[in-house]
Design a protein around this ligand. Structure first.
Ligand code: G3H
Ligand code: 13P
Ligand code: NA
Ligand code: ZN
Length: 328
C-alpha cells in the first residue's frame, strides 16, 4: 500500500524510530529492499532521482513500484522523488503517482549553483502548495551538502554545489531553519551537517569537527515538531570496499557516516536517512566477487541474485539499527 511521507514520518516520530530511504533505479534494488522489509516487518521509503527516471524510464519505474505494492500488500511504501531541481520536476513526479517529493531549493535548477534563501523559500512554497492539494508530502533542504574537511560538495560525478562552500553554507542554521519551515510548510527538512553525496565523504573516521551531529540537536531543540532528514548518509562499508578492491576494483580509501552516529541523530528528530552509495557498493562488490569466482557462468540472473542478496543484507541491518523493524 502506498502512503505519504508525512503519514510515515508522523508514525516514526510518535514511536521514536528513523527510516532509511534507499535510492532505486531497477528491479533488483526494489526487490532487495522489499525482501528485507518483509523479513523484519518494516515500512519502506523507495526514492527515485531524476537520474533514476531517465535510467529506467517513467513507466518502468512507476510499474516496478506498483508491482512491489502488489507483491507485498502488508508493507507500507512511500514513493519519494529525491532532489527535484525545480518545481516542474516535482510536478511530473506528482502526476506520475509519487506520494512525496523533494524540492531541493538549496541549489539553483542547474543543481550546482548555491541558491539564495529567498529563492529557496519561494520555489519550496510553490511545490508545497501544489503537492499538498493532492495529499502529496514535501521535503525541503536548507544548507548545502558538502565536506567540512574540504569545503566542497565532494561528489566525484559532479552532482552537488560547484566551487568552494563556506562553513556557514555547510551547516544549517537553526534560526533560519525555523523561519524556513514556517514560511514553506514543508513536511520534512533536509539539513546540512557535513555529510556529502557519494563514497568519498571523509578521509578518516569522522569525529565531531567534520560530522556535526551536535548541529542536529540544536536544530531539533528549535524545531521539535519538524521531521529532519539526513542526506549523504551511507556508511561506506569497509568490508565491501575491500571486496571491491580485492576483485579488480580500484576505489580509494574512504569513510562514511557511522551507523551509531545516525542512531544518535534519530534520538534527536532525524526521521529519514538517505542511502544510495552503500547499496551501490554492496551490489558492485557482490557482482565482482561472483564473476571472479564463477568464471564459466554467463547467466545474468546468477550474479544479479548475488547483488540482490548483498543489498538486502544492508537494508535489513539499517532497518534493525534505525528502529523501524516491526513497525510495518
Ligand atoms: O542524491 C544523489 C543520489 O545518490 C541519486 O544519485 O542522481 O545518480 O541517481 P543519481
Ligand atoms: P549517499 O551517497 O551517502 O548514499 O547519499 C544518498 C543521498 O543523499 C540521496 O539523496
Ligand atoms: Na530526498
Ligand atoms: Zn541527497
Amino acid at each position: 500500500m502506498l502512503i505519504s511521507l508525512r503519514q510515515l514520518l508522523d508514525h516514526a516520530a510518535e514511536h521514536g524510530y528513523g527510516m532509511p530511504a534507499f535510492n532505486v533505479n531497477n528491479l533488483e534494488q526494489i526487490q532487495a529492499i522489499m525482501q528485507a522489509a518483509v523479513a523484519v516487518d518494516s515500512p519502506v521509503i523507495l526514492q527515485a532521482s531524476a537520474g533514476a527516471r531517465s535510467y529506467a524510464g517513467e513507466p518502468f519505474l512507476r510499474h516496478l513500484v506498483i508491482a512491489a505494492a502488489e507483491m507485498y500488500p502488508d508493507i507500507p511504501i512511500v514513493l519519494h522523488q529525491d532532489h527535484g531541481g525545480e518545481p516542474a520536476v516535482c510536478l511530473r513526479s506528482i502526476q506520475s503517482g509519487f506520494t512525496s517529493v523533494m524540492m531541493d531549493g538549496s541549489l539553483m535548477a542547474d543543481m550546482k549553483t548555491p541558491a539564495t534563501y529567498e529563492y529557496n523559500v519561494n520555489v519550496t512554497r510553490q511545490v508545497v502548495d501544489m503537492a499538498h492539494s493532492g495529499g502529496v508530502s514535501v521535503e525541503g533542504e536548507l544548507g548545502c551538502l558538502g565536506s567540512l574537511e574540504t569545503g566542497t560538495a565532494g561528489e566525484e560525478d559532479g552532482s552537488g554545489a560547484e566551487g568552494h562552500l563556506s562553513h556557514d553554507q555547510l551547516l544549517t542554521d537553526p534560526e533560519e531553519a525555523a523561519d524556513f519551515v514556517k514560511k514553506t510548510g514543508v513536511d520534512a527538512l533536509a539539513i546540512a551537517i557535513g555529510t556529502s553525496h557519494g563514497a568519498y565523504k571523509f578521509t578518516r573516521p569522522p569525529t565531531g569537527d567534520i560530522l556535526a551531529i551536535g548541529r542536529i540537536k540544536e536544530i531539533h531543540a528549535r524545531l521539535p515538531n519538524t521531521h529532519l532528514v539526513m542526506h549523504g548518509s551511507s556508511s561506506v562499508p569497509q568490508d565491501w570496499l575491500e571486496i571491491i578492491n580485492n576483485y579488480g576494483g580500484d576505489m580509494g580509501q574512504t569513510y562514511g557516516v557511522p551507523v551509531n552516529e545516525i542512531v544518535e541523530g534519530i534520538k534527536h528528530g532525524v526521521r529519514k536517512v538517505n542511502i544510495d552509495t552503500d547499496l551501490r557498493m554492496a551490489s558492485t562488490g557482490a557482482v565482482r566477487k561472483f564473476l571472479h569466482e564463477n568464471r564459466k557462468e554467463f547467466d545474468p540472473r546468477k550474479f544479479l541474485k548475488a547483488s540482490t542478496k548483498a543489498m538486502k543484507e544492508i537494508c535489513q541491518a539499517r532497518f534493525e539499527a534505525f528502529g523501524c523493524a516491526g513497525m510495518a
